[in-house]
Design a protein around this ligand. Structure first.
Ligand SMILES: [Zn+2]
Ligand SMILES: [Zn+2]
Length: 385
């Protein structure tokens, strides 16, 4: 179906272009902003004009390792506005502000019935594309959302919530999943090592679960931001020894649990040493395969537990939407850098080499939207972030 014929009268003053800009992955560490066709949609599908797309660690990993064939257009933390709706789409219309998921399970198959959603064939298919092999497509001006994502993986953004805040739904989901795995209880002390945006989210969620949270980071600027979120007990790891400091704060025992929100394996031992006998350590950022040195007696004799958590869970989708859309945290405060689509390479480079001042990095095709565009009134809400 031709896109132009799907346009409403309201939108027809702003005809859809046929060509758009997109950040195209061309090979290892090679992402180029190119002109590509605006995707065509079919009945049951949506075309979204992307406002903001978060840069995720998994995007960086794909770009740096060549794990996926080229060319592709990545980006899956997508918020934007419906630009066109294919025939038979009832629930959304042009102008609606939405966030879209890129993976949604069928809910009916053998694996879905057993809640092993990641093994569902439908889940494995990527349902959003800006062209080439479907890969998310958020790092483009427009993204095509396929029918099963329109049905079950597209969520309207309330007026009070900015596009920037809305793109946190997926990362928030991964953090809620990690906290579910760790199960911090009221009265427990949880150490969160690393106060980047994900570390702050994990720490805030552990605190909401009733735990006393201690944060640590090498960069004082990050600890300043985490204090803004009510995370008062912080350790500047550039100045003091984290293990000694945690013991001092816990009657010499050590924390009940620790979360490692920094990549690399060097801090696994620190995290294990910082928890008490019987304590547990959640690895949240150790996504690279390899080998790590641990003291086996810490697991056997001291009865400490190593846990891991990765990616999002569809079971937690409603809770993550509620958390973000209910504005339970000022998520915009976690964004340190906003890049226009034309500077995508700079965005990936900074995200891959974080600086003390860098937190969440987003790419915003929507930063060029003229003020008269529908939704621009709400764009001003970005100013509070
Ligand atoms: Zn992500
Ligand atoms: Zn299924």
């Amino acid at each position: 179906m031709a896109i132009a014929s799907q346009f409403t009268a309201e939108e027809s003053v702003l005809p859809l272009p046929t060509i758009m800009q997109a950040a195209v992955y061309r090979g290892i560490n090679d992402v180029r902003v190119e002109s590509v066709p605006v995707p065509e949609i079919r009945p049951g599908e949506l075309l979204i004009r992307v406002h903001t797309c978060g840069v995720c660690g998994t995007d960086l990993k794909k770009i740096a390792t060549g794990s996926h064939s080229a060319p592709r257009i990545f980006g899956h933390e997508i918020s934007g506005m419906v630009a066109a709706a294919g025939g038979s789409v009832q629930q959304f219309k042009p102008g609606d502000r939405v966030v879209v998921f890129h993976h949604i399970p069928c809910g009916n198959c053998f694996y879905c019935q057993r809640k092993t959603f990641a093994q569902c064939d439908t889940y494995k298919k990527v349902g959003c594309t800006a062209g080439f092999e479907p890969s998310g497509g958020g790092f483009a001006e427009y993204v095509r959302v396929m029918d099963w994502i329109v049905q079950n993986g597209t969520v309207r953004i309330p007026d009070a919530v900015s596009f920037e805040e809305a793109c946190f739904v997926e990362p928030v989901n991964t953090c809620i999943k990690g906290i579910e795995r760790l199960q911090p209880c009221a009265g427990e002390t949880v150490l969160v090592i690393g106060q980047g945006p994900i570390g702050i989210l994990l720490a805030a969620l552990a605190q909401r679960a009733g735990a006393r949270v201690i944060t640590s980071d090498l960069h004082g600027q990050r600890l300043t931001i985490s204090k803004d979120f009510g995370l008062e007990n912080s350790i500047d790891a550039s100045r003091v020894d984290v293990i000694q400091e945690v013991r001092r704060m816990t009657e010499s025992r050590g924390a009940d649990a620790a979360i490692l929100a920094v990549g690399g394996n060097g801090l696994i031992k620190t995290a294990l040493d910082a928890v008490r006998p019987g304590g547990r350590v959640l690895l949240f950022a150790q996504t690279a395969r390899g080998e790590a040195a641990i003291d086996p007696a810490a697991i056997c004799v001291d009865e400490k537990t190593l846990l891991g958590s990765y990616s999002a869970s569809v079971d937690l989708q409603d809770r993550s939407v509620q958390f973000v859309m209910g504005r339970e945290m000022n998520l915009g405060r976690l964004i340190s850098h906003r890049f226009p689509l034309s500077q995508s390479s700079e965005a990936f480079d900074l995200a891959a080499h974080p600086q003390p001042s860098s937190m969440k990095i987003v790419i915003q095709p929507g930063n060029s939207w003229p003020a008269s565009r529908p939704g621009s009134r709400r764009r001003n809400a970005e100013g509070n972030s």
